[in-house]
Design a protein around this ligand. Structure first.
Ligand code: 5GP
Length: 200
């Protein structure tokens, strides 16, 4: 049976939905996000601003908009952020206009942001769906952070310390996916996003 895809039919879908993905550093959020974006048509990613330095291979405007502390502060003062937070010694934020423009043009939007930011989004847009990605254990998270070699030992320690605090907030989310196996977690994420789409 042919079923119309509401994402590709702008007459049926007036406004898109907002999905917020969070979870500790190293849990695999980035990979899950990429799978969701390539698998689900009409789902767009909102590129955050950050004051952190680009890692090798990262390009301004692709992974993040890399901006100075001064510019970030100016954007806070101008009330441009839907949410922002100080994470692992840097600032990260989502521009309100990016999200609103995409939602108003009928796209579903995915944010990948930390727990402080997710809770701010929930305050401002209670209809947003919050999805937390949890590791099978803290030990496994440490192993993944060390193996990916993107952070110094000090940064790994900061990220683990923050992870323990983040894990305590997972019950504030609508869904928790335990990422033991990437394929399974990816299927679960897709099922959550697409079932919520069909509900609308
Ligand atoms: P990373 O430096 O590893 O790219 O990201 C560090 C953390 O910042 C991750 O937990 C990521 O989800 C979070 N993050 C990325 N963009 C944003 C954002 O726009 N707002 C908030 N609150 N957190 C973000």
């Amino acid at each position: 049976m042919h079923r119309e895809n509401p994402r590709t039919n702008p007459e049926r879908r007036v406004k898109g939905r907002l999905f917020v993905l969070s979870g500790p550093s190293g849990v695999g959020k980035g990979t899950l996000r990429e799978h969701a974006l390539s698998d689900i048509s009409g789902l767009v990613y909102s590129i955050s601003c950050t004051t952190r330095q680009p890692r090798p291979g990262e390009t301004d405007g692709v992974e993040y908009r890399f901006i100075s502390h001064e510019k970030f502060q100016q954007d806070i003062d101008d009330n441009l952020f839907l949410e922002y937070a100080h994470v692992h010694n840097d600032y990260y934020g989502t521009l309100r206009r990016d999200v609103e423009n995409a939602l108003n043009s009928g796209h579903d939007v995915l944010l990948e942001i930390d727990v402080q930011g997710a809770l701010q989004v929930r305050e401002k847009m209670p209809e947003a769906l919050l999805i937390f990605i949890a590791p099978p254990s803290v030990q496994e998270l440490e192993r993944r952070l060390i193996n990916r070699c993107t952070e110094s030992p000090d940064a790994v320690r900061t990220r683990l310390h923050n992870a323990i605090k983040e894990l305590e907030l997972q019950d504030k989310y609508n869904y928790v996916i335990v990422n033991s196996d990437l394929e399974t977690a990816s299927r679960e994420l897709r099922a959550i996003i697409t079932s919520h789409d069909e509900l609308g």
